[in-house]
Write a protein that binds this ligand. Structure first.
Ligand SMILES: C[S@@+](CC[C@H](N)C(=O)[O-])C[C@H]1O[C@@H](n2cnc3c(N)ncnc32)[C@H](O)[C@@H]1O
Length: 406
């Protein structure tokens, strides 16, 4: 084994997901790095001076992080990445040297954090969903070069779309709630104006075969004139319509990654999901055939579900009925959000995904990998960090503290 990196988790992850933050980060890293780098890469939890890290190693004794390696950029994109260290051998003792990760963000964090509203999907969790959906796609490298086609078919006020924009992508989103769509559109325009981004936008009715389905908003933006001239503009498409109508709006097989946080079947403050009447499972049943037709055969999908109202096994059965294969295990990403939301992540691909065997193998290897740091053996030199100690992890949130986002 060659140790390549040791990653420290952002303390904010611990605050939101308490004890589940570690297993969530570990599962995400194993799926993402395993999908991109293959079975030679291993991720395991380790404790450094009482603080949990993720140790990334290669089974190839010759492997080094060269200038062409995508590992640093992928590590920097992980939803809880905070700081990285490179293990260095100093006369038999391992030291951890701070390692700079590349800046993978095309826009400042305000894009993801400014909008706050009841029912907002937590942005760190959204980053995890996007990374996972991208990892399942056979065009996964597109998350690094801006070419991955991402769709959030029930996008609310755009948490997934903002994450995708920050990564330099050109996402598409749709939501039936016109108040959400309007609020997100207004926010984007203010954000682009205040940030002095070169941008142009167009709002129109969404009409297909003379049927008026809702609204369409397109935003094209570039960091500056040079980016615009060099063709490095980003595009965002925001549709105000029922997700089950998307088959007549978007080209089939045009999406690499679907990311969706399904309705929870609970009330968020004054916002009621009852207006859309369908239960989360009924919505999934109605939307799954449409989402499948939009996804490329080699695409990936990550869905967040509330296990109270959409039990994992029921959601998996609905997806299987519509030609999807679920790869994640029941409970693999389970974490408690509050009393009424016990959340999990369903990773699914079309059953005709060309890399199905490799993805199944990855799923099997992840389910057989240890979740706990190996107990240190007596006599083992304990790793020493050369960096200033990281801030200690805050204690878990009070059990039923309702954060504004979920
Ligand atoms: C859990 S919320 C998603 C929140 C979103 N990720 C955010 O951070 O704002 C689920 C969303 O599904 C939308 N929804 C429910 N039924 C829908 C349908 N038939 N078509 C489109 N959107 C729908 C709701 O309006 C709601 O915004």
């Amino acid at each position: 084994m060659t140790d390549l990196l040791s990653l420290l988790r952002a303390p904010s992850a611990n605050r939101v997901y308490a004890a589940q933050a570690g297993p969530l980060a570990l599962a995400e890293a194993r799926w993402v790095l395993g999908a991109h780098h293959g079975p030679s890469l291993a991720v395991r939890p380790e404790e450094v001076a009482g603080i949990e890290h993720l140790r990334i190693s290669s089974r190839d004794p010759e492997e080094r992080i060269g200038p062409q390696s995508t590992l640093p950029a992928l590590a920097a994109q992980l939803s809880s990445a905070f700081a990285a260290f490179a293990p260095v051998d100093l006369e038999g003792e391992e030291l951890l040297r701070p390692a700079r990760l590349p800046d993978v963000h095309h826009h400042a964090s305000a894009l993801e954090t400014t909008l706050r509203y009841p029912g907002k999907t937590n942005e760190q969790f959204t980053a995890l969903l996007l990374n996972l959906a991208a990892a399942l796609s056979d065009r996964r490298a597109g998350i690094l070069d801006g070419s991955l086609a991402v769709l959030d078919p029930i996008c609310g006020r755009g948490t997934t779309l903002s994450r995708a924009l920050r990564l330099g992508l050109s996402p598409v989103g749709a939501d039936i709630d016109s108040a959400d769509v309007d609020a997100y559109r207004a926010f984007l325009l203010t954000w682009a104006k205040q940030g002095r981004l070169k941008h142009s936008s167009r709002a129109s009715r969404l009409t297909v075969s003379r049927r008026q389905l809702g609204t369409r908003f397109e935003l094209e933006l570039a960091k500056d004139k040079a980016a615009q001239r060099a063709g490095r503009a980003q595009r965002l498409t925001l549709l105000g319509c029922d997700t089950t109508e998307l088959g007549s709006v978007l080209p089939s097989g045009s999406v690499d990654a679907i990311v969706a946080d399904l309705p929870y079947g609970v009330q968020h403050g004054a916002r009621s999901e009852a207006r859309w009447s369908r239960s989360p499972l009924d919505l999934l049943g109605a939307a799954a055939p449409v989402w499948r037709s939009l996804l490329r055969a080699g695409g990936g999908m990550a869905l967040a579900v509330n296990r109270h109202t959409a039990p994992f096994a029921s959601a998996r059965a609905v997806l299987a009925e519509h030609g999807f294969t679920v790869l994640s295990r029941d409970g693999e990403f389970r974490h408690r959000v509050d009393q009424s939301i016990d959340r999990d992540v369903i990773l699914a691909v079309r059953s005709d995904h060309p890399r199905m065997a490799a993805l199944q193998e990855l799923a099997d290897s992840i389910s057989s990998s240890p979740l706990e740091p190996a107990a240190s053996r007596p006599g083992d030199p304990s790793p020493t960090t050369t960096a200033a100690s990281a801030p200690s992890a805050p204690l878990a949130a009070a059990p039923d503290e309702r954060t504004p986002d979920v």
